[in-house]
Design a protein around this ligand. Sequence first.
Ligand SMILES: [Zn+2]
Length: 280
Amino acid sequence: MRLGPAAVSTGVVFERLDLPGQPEVRARPENLTESCQCTALAEGGVRVSTVEHLLAALAGLGADNVRVVLDAEELPMLDGSARPWVELVERIGLRVQPEPRVYLRLTRLVRAQAGDRWLEARPARELSLDCAVEYDHPLIHRQRCVFVNQPEAFRRSLAPARTFGFLRDVERLNAAGLALGGSLDNALVLDDFSVLNPGGLRFPDEFVRHKTLDLLGDLALLGAPLLGRVNASRAGHRLHHALVERLAGEDGCLERVSFARPGEAAAVLEGLAIPNLQSA
Ligand SMILES: [Zn+2]
């Protein structure tokens, strides 16, 4: 796959090079589709899946308009974090575009809930995320991550955090013939007491940092940066999608605003990159 520039107001668009006519799938709330523990999009019957970590990297670095050309349905998992995407975008560079960036300003509280798991978005001057997770595991227990979206903070605090899974689930999935590509190279894997990855954790709270990264990527489906504070308690992709659909679908809860001050114009990737990124 490769990343390239797109015109102002395009947002992120995926192009399937492997299908006749090279159909496009836009990263938009109405294209959210059924998926298994990831974020998948479909438009006109064409699917693109596992988009959330790339979308998080683009949102974290402030890249608004990007064309993603790929020759498969699924994006590469890489190391399970957004760090390789950040390195790729930084190698290409960003270009400031001549139009002011458009933001989505929340006008009131919007909530999504499933049992004791919930997400709440409320008006604020900038995008901030406050996520909490709770797992009955000695390395996790309760963790909380508060993140204000700024490129440097994203690069340092969220991008390196990897997706994680439990060995018992991996064994169950393998028995069912699924997740065969999953390995210690593209996820943190935990047994009942410890991390199996030889290098250990990148942060003691890598788990909640990754959940925060996932939320940032899923919110990027709104098509423009959100101005609001989002609190999440034990949420996951399914609940993130419910919130995104509610924000996009409920009349009057989002207002499009832009600021004419320099430095707030939309940015675009400058060139194409075709590195030998291999899906693990
Ligand atoms: Zn993830």
